[in-house]
Design a protein around this ligand. Structure first.
Ligand code: ARG
Length: 459
């Protein structure tokens, strides 16, 4: 019989059973469900709702179940609907009728709300570590490539020379914000809803503070309706996870482009590439393509959760069971993506010569030539026009700016002196950009120092 079967005179239709059961996916909450029940049972013992012996019996039984689940000895049943009722049923089989006292002063609504928060808190901690690992890989690449000049792009057209370090550190800044968003989410969600009951609290004199302490939450929820209805934190988390995927997807897109025969900026390690079943020459960047592709499903989960919540009257509605598959898959996808992208990038070979060769083409030093004239006294707009004409002239001749003679330069403007060649060399273009945030080697070094200090501080 169902745990809630008292007022029912018929069994559920098997289709119904399959449709509304959540055990297939919420079984991953077994640990948190048992932790929550141990805390609740212990607290009931402490306030005398259960006798000490009853509480101990329940706690011992729950610990045994935990061990048996971990040893793979337990099979969950569809009929028991979800992880909460599965464990309660197993506990009853194990210790008998006293198990039926555990659910005193508690509802599955505050139980599931608590379990999911316990689970998500642990996952956020793991996610933060994974973001940090990726940051470290990017910092290592940056350390090694402070002088590796490459073209910087706007509109995917060559724009100005930068370094690979400078480029990678842009991603580090994005990931630092991602880390911060995960931490913010954690801080706001660190609230225990247990004690909210089904929706209106309970008449039992629960010691919620004690349960809170046992479960390691920072505070307890202050409104029972909100306690069982709040899934804001899942939306926040899925938002943070979506942004992580946006960042990983942009990075992936660049890796894909850089590994083409046309770019040849990098080549991926064989361990993180795949071949083609027909074309023997192929080496494909599947990892980064999959990350780019998987970003969509994480955004989808964010959308699904928002849509699921928006029309719900207070308090609990079964719609909310849909929160789990969404957040589980979003977490799993981001964890796997972070785990694989770190070594994929960490092991790639950088083709420094090709990067530098490409940086030297496409007039990436045209801004510096214009800046040269502006520093010599020509208003920048006029300098821009002079260099524009020179670029057109060079395109006509099939030459680069540095290949023009000084006479040709002075034909365009009397402000040009011999030192123009030095001023538009690639190294000058990079190293004269000393403004905070720029690609200058010293500036990049101090940026890396700031990042390393941040890593130390957040530990
Ligand atoms: N499996 C349910 C969920 O995930 C648990 C809560 C059920 N509560 C209820 N009153 N049916 O949302």
């Amino acid at each position: 019989m169902k745990l809630w079967g008292g007022r029912f005179s018929k069994d559920s239709n098997p289709l119904m059973e399959d449709f509304h059961s959540s055990i297939a996916f919420d079984q991953r909450l077994y640990k948190e469900d048992i932790e929550g029940s141990i805390a609740h049972g212990t607290m009931l013992g402490s306030i005398g709702v259960l006798s000490e012996e009853e509480a101990q019996l329940i706690v011992r039984g729950l610990k045994e179940i935990l061990q048996e689940i971990e040893e793979g000895k337990i099979e969950f049943s569809l009929e028991a609907e979800d992880i909460h009722m599965n464990i309660e049923t197993i506990l009853t089989e194990k210790i008998g009728v006293v198990a039926k006292k555990l659910h005193t002063g508690r509802s599955r609504n505050d139980q599931v709300a608590t379990d999911l928060r316990l689970y998500v808190k642990k996952e956020i901690t793991i996610l933060k570590d994974l973001v940090l690992e990726l940051i470290k890989v990017l910092v290592d690449i940056s350390q090694a490539h402070k002088k590796t000049i490459m073209p910087g792009y706007t509109h995917l057209q060559k724009a100005q020379p930068i370094t690979l370090a400078h480029h990678m550190l842009a991603y580090v800044e994005m990931l630092k914000r991602d880390h911060g968003r995960l931490e913010d989410t954690f801080q706001r969600m660190d609230v225990m809803p247990l004690g909210s009951g089904a929706l209106a609290g309970t008449t039992f004199p629960l010691d919620r503070e004690y349960t809170r302490k046992l479960l390691g939450f920072r505070e307890i929820s202050l409104n029972s309706l909100d306690g069982v209805s709040d899934r804001d934190y899942l939306v926040e988390l899925e938002g943070a996870l979506s942004l992580i995927m946006v960042h990983l997807s942009r990075l992936s897109e660049e890796i894909i482009i850089w590994s083409t025969d046309e770019f040849k900026f990098i080549s991926l390690d064989d361990a993180y590439s795949t071949g083609s079943s027909i074309m023997p020459q192929k080496k494909n960047p599947d990892v980064t393509e999959l990350i780019r592709g998987k970003s969509g499903r994480v955004f989808g989960h964010l959308m699904a959760t928002l849509a699921m919540l928006k029309g719900l009257p207070l308090a609990y509605n079964k719609d909310m069971q849909e929160d789990k598959e969404a957040v589980f898959d979003a977490i799993d996808t981001v964890k796997k993506s972070l785990m694989i992208i770190a070594p994929t990038i960490g092991t790639m070979t950088v083709n420094q010569e090709k990067m530098r060769y490409e940086a030297a083409k496409g007039f990436t030093n045209a801004t510096d030539a214009a800046d040269y004239l502006a520093k010599a006294g020509l208003p920048f707009r006029e300098a821009h026009e002079v260099i524009g004409k020179m670029v057109a002239y060079c395109i006509e001749k099939g030459e680069s700016l540095e290949e023009l003679t000084i006479e040709e330069y002075q034909g365009f403007s009397p402000f040009f002196k011999e030192d123009i060649y030095q001023a538009i060399s690639l190294m000058t273009c990079v190293n004269d950009r000393k403004v905070t945030g720029g690609p200058n080697i010293k500036v990049v070094e101090s940026h890396i120092e700031i990042i390393n200090k941040w890593i130390e501080e957040i530990k």
